[in-house]
Design a protein around this ligand. Structure first.
Ligand code: GUN
Length: 247
């Protein structure tokens, strides 16, 4: 795991990932760099890790500082070790319907929907957020399960018009409590991917849980919902990477 800079949220995520590896009996290395590090240092380290046969998964925590070309960093990771699934080759494979590494957060959401037996075929899905990390891969995975998928974003007109149609609503925007109960179809499954802080410093999602839980058929909490699943799927992807090496 490579962490650049001092973003407190990123530091927490990386610490949780390291702890999960330890608990599962996986060796993990955590390289932390100063926010003003020369990108060449990080590229050199990634090249070393690419070549190290004892390393099966490489993760660069995002966001990177502004002086980094994030895309170039992600492309420098060997696609066989890209356990986040952010390399263009892996993004392309997912888009073509033959995923090799599925990005961890949407992968975790699919596992939650599966374990809760949420019907997917023909379901109206609305995803709020169009990021490469969540929104876009989430849409591909649900489309592959024959959902009708709508992606909304900051420029969408009348967001509530869309969200109220959703049998499954995925909120992945990063704005505290922006999805309120009146925007949810009664009985809908609500997946909250957001991790935000209230002005008082409390963790909260993109969904206003108190009003939403009165309307939704099922809803994931923050914290303790999607977050732990993201980490679980990171470990699953890493295990799979290791298994592919011995096949
Ligand atoms: N930043 C926010 N989510 C993620 C993630 O899933 N992986 C990485 N590497 N960075 C992130």
């Amino acid at each position: 795991m490579i962490l650049v800079g001092e973003d407190p949220a990123s530091a927490v995520y990386v610490r949780n990932k390291v702890a999960a590896c330890e608990k599962a009996g996986m060796r993990s290395l955590r390289d932390v760099y100063a926010p003003d590090v020369d990108p060449a240092v990080v590229f050199k380290r990634i090249a070393e890790l690419n070549a190290d046969p004892t390393v099966h998964g490489i993760l660069v925590q995002l966001p990177l500082p502004k002086h980094f070309d994030s895309e170039a960093v992600l492309e420098s990771i060997s696609p066989e070790k890209d356990v986040d699934g952010f390399h263009a080759e892996n993004v392309g494979a997912l888009m073509q319907g033959n995923p090799r590494f599925i990005p961890c957060t949407p992968y975790g959401v699919m596992k939650m929907l599966e374990s809760a037996n949420v019907p997917l075929k023909g379901a109206e899905v609305v995803i709020v957020g169009r990021s490469n990390i969540v929104g876009k891969p989430m849409a591909m995975l649900l489309l592959a399960q024959s959902c009708t998928v709508t992606i909304c974003h900051s420029q969408s007109k009348d967001l509530a018009f869309h969200t109220r149609r959703a049998d499954i609503l995925v909120a992945a925007v990063g704005r505290a409590k922006m999805i309120t109960g009146d925007m949810i179809k009664p009985g809908a499954t609500v997946i909250d991917v957001g991790i935000n802080r209230t002005p008082e410093g409390k963790l909260c999602g993109d969904v206003d849980f108190e009003t939403a839980k009165e309307v939704a058929g099922a809803i994931t909490p923050v914290p303790g919902g999607v977050g732990p699943m993201t980490i679980t799927m990171l470990l699953a992807n890493t295990l799979e990477a290791a298994e592919r090496c011995v096949k």
